[in-house]
Ligand binder design. Structure first.
Ligand SMILES: NC(=O)c1ccc[n+]([C@@H]2O[C@H](COP(=O)([O-])OP(=O)(O)OC[C@H]3O[C@@H](n4cnc5c(N)ncnc54)[C@H](OP(=O)(O)O)[C@@H]3O)[C@@H](O)[C@H]2O)c1
Length: 250
């Protein structure tokens, strides 16, 4: 395996994964909407990195761009569906409907666009690895997690169902399910650019870093081909599921 496509490469996990896979000797296509950020990364990573500007929610545009990949960046052996976002932390009854739609369009529809386009060529070659970025939010409910958590529950079940469809083929699938990770734009985006509010999420917490996630990806892709990690849940030591709560006044 030597060519990886990483979505969400302009920031956070995606950027760290690109750096790590390049250091490991892979050819990496890094995709996102902000071409200036991708270009900066390309300037640092050299010829084995191909910046690709696209919006994962735009199916036709993604298809066209991927069909025009330079020969030396084909075929894609590793697809890392990392592009995603959370918007808002309000309870469902106060949430912004557009935020809900954007999360579904990006975290679910975007992820299936890429998978639907790239998986057949992996099957044809009987070779490949799909790594999805889920979240602990897909397993544990938390206040304000409503549609974000539900979108990651989709990613979790879709990953498991892919494994089932791919039984008998040499194609691996892993859902990485991180908990609280800092050093990314995740909370800045969630709080619509309120950086002060975003900073409070990480204050005094020894969080998981993008490099921790990149090292996990590096480990996964370097495990032997007969070996499949179905899912991997990662939290900082400072985080745990805190159990069910009861409100006595209701
Ligand atoms: N940080 C955490 O605590 C955490 C925990 C669990 C799971 N995750 C998941 O991990 C993944 C990466 O998150 P992160 O923390 O690294 O966040 P981040 O720093 O905000 O990065 C998100 C990336 O996704 C890209 N993106 C967003 N919408 C896109 C679209 N429509 N088309 C193409 N690219 C798009 C962004 O690039 P552009 O804006 O340039 O397009 C950016 O590169 C997400 O799926 C997130 O849900 C994060």
């Amino acid at each position: 395996m030597n060519i990886a496509l990483v979505t969400g490469a302009s920031s956070g996990f995606g950027q760290a994964i690109c750096r790590k896979l390049i250091a490991d000797g892979y050819k990496v296509i890094g995709a996102a909407r902000r071409s200036d950020k991708l270009q900066k990364l390309a300037d640092q990573l050299g010829d084995n990195f191909l910046p690709l500007t696209f919006d994962v929610t735009k199916k036709d545009a993604v298809e066209t761009i991927l069909l025009q990949l330079p020969k030396e960046f084909q075929p894609i052996d590793i697809l890392i569906n990392n592009a995603g976002l959370a918007l808002g932390l309000e309870p469902a009854y106060e949430a912004n409907y557009n935020d809900w739609e954007t999360m579904i369009q990006t975290n679910i529809i975007g992820l299936i666009h890429l998978t639907h386009q790239i998986l057949p060529s992996m099957v044809e070659r009987n070779y490949g690895y799909i790594i999805n970025l889920g979240s602990v939010a897909g397993t544990y409910a938390y206040k304000g997690g409503n549609v974000y958590g539900a979108s990651k529950a989709f990613v979790k079940q879709f990953s498991a169902n892919l494994r089932t469809d791919l039984l008998g083929k040499r194609i691996r699938v892993t859902n990485i399910e991180p908990g609280l990770c800092g050093g990314t734009e995740f909370s800045n985006i969630r709080f619509h650019g309120n950086d002060e509010q975003a900073a409070t999420v990480y204050k005094d917490v020894d969080y998981v870093t993008p490099e921790d996630i990149a090292n996990t990806v590096s480990w996964l892709v370097n495990t032997p081909n007969h070996f499949n990690v179905n899912s991997i849940e990662i939290m900082p030591v400072a985080q745990a599921s805190a159990g069910l709560s009861v409100c006595k006044q209701v």
